[in-house]
Design a protein around this ligand. Structure first.
Ligand SMILES: Nc1ncnc2c1ncn2[C@@H]1O[C@H](COP(=O)(O)OP(=O)(O)OP(=O)(O)O)[C@@H](O)[C@H]1O
Length: 247
């Protein structure tokens, strides 16, 4: 089953221009990295995929499930895991409670949610902080709670909005290991500005600019766009080539 956007248009209320217009895209299998300048529409796209926003026209589908149909909504939201850019501490909850709560909201029983939360916290190396109030965590620790909240239920596709923003180098490396350990058949989309983090871990690179996909290809194809012989930062050069046409 695939997550697809079919002729999706979306404009924020009171915003003069749409972010996406007749946008059609099928999330490819494997791991996809979503790049693009500030304001390109990456977060909006992932939120539409997560059914946190609704298209003004067109539709989003996961296989036969369409979140705008009431009878499909719960199953759709269970199937699609989303880590938003902003992770909020739920007042009064401890780390494991917040992660278990996220699982319970996705339909796990209390017992299943509690056990799954312990596993997810191990995956993001937060077991030691399981008893801490989430409101006392650092920004990077809270992002790992956000990641655990996505891993806690068995989503069939993962949409991760800047999951490594604010993480220290060790935690970024750990995130890459985590990504590598996910079942390869489960599609994962990771939006990021850290082009230097690109590794062969990703099967597909997508560059979104002004609501339009400017590039889709493998990491090797992406890197191939960097000017020959060029520079210490080939990924940045390739990126600049796509979004500004610079050489
Ligand atoms: N709540 C909102 N209300 C009005 N406009 C918004 C809102 N959120 C985003 N936008 C606008 O929608 C466009 C796309 O924003 P979006 O956050 O999806 O981009 P992005 O690619 O994720 O950017 P960034 O890399 O900075 O996170 C931008 O022009 C932004 O100003």
């Amino acid at each position: 089953m695939e997550l697809s956007f079919e002729e999706v248009s979306f404009r924020y209320r009171r915003s003069p221009r749409p972010v996406l217009t007749d946008f059609t895209w099928q999330v490819p299998p494997g791991r996809t990295v979503l790049l693009g300048p500030n304001g390109a529409g990456k977060s909006t796209l992932l939120a539409l995929g997560a059914d946190a926003l609704r298209p003004s026209s067109g539709r989003v589908r996961f296989g036969d499930l369409c979140p705008s149909r009431g009878r499909d909504r719960a199953a759709y939201r269970r199937a699609v895991g989303w880590m938003p850019q902003q992770i909020h501490a739920v007042p009064g909850l401890r780390v494991q409670e917040q992660v278990a709560y996220a699982g319970w909201l996705k339909g796990l029983s209390r017992r299943e949610a509690w056990a799954a939360a312990a596993t997810a916290l191990r995956q993001v190396a937060l077991s030691d902080l399981a008893e801490r109030k989430t409101s006392t965590l650092s920004g990077g620790q809270l992002r790992r709670v956000g990641l655990a909240q996505v891993l806690v239920h068995d989503a069939q596709v993962l949409l991760l909005d800047e999951p490594t923003a604010g993480l220290d180098p060790a935690q970024r490396a750990r995130f890459r290991e985590l990504l590598a350990a996910l079942p390869p058949e489960r599609p994962v989309v990771v939006s990021t500005h850290q082009v230097d983090d690109l590794t062969d871990l990703f099967d597909t690179v997508v560059v979104l600019d002004d609501g339009v996909i400017r590039f889709v290809g493998t990491v090797a194809e992406f890197m191939g766009l960097a000017p020959a012989g060029g520079g210490a930062r080939p990924a940045e050069a390739a990126y600049a080539q796509i979004v500004t046409g610079e050489r």
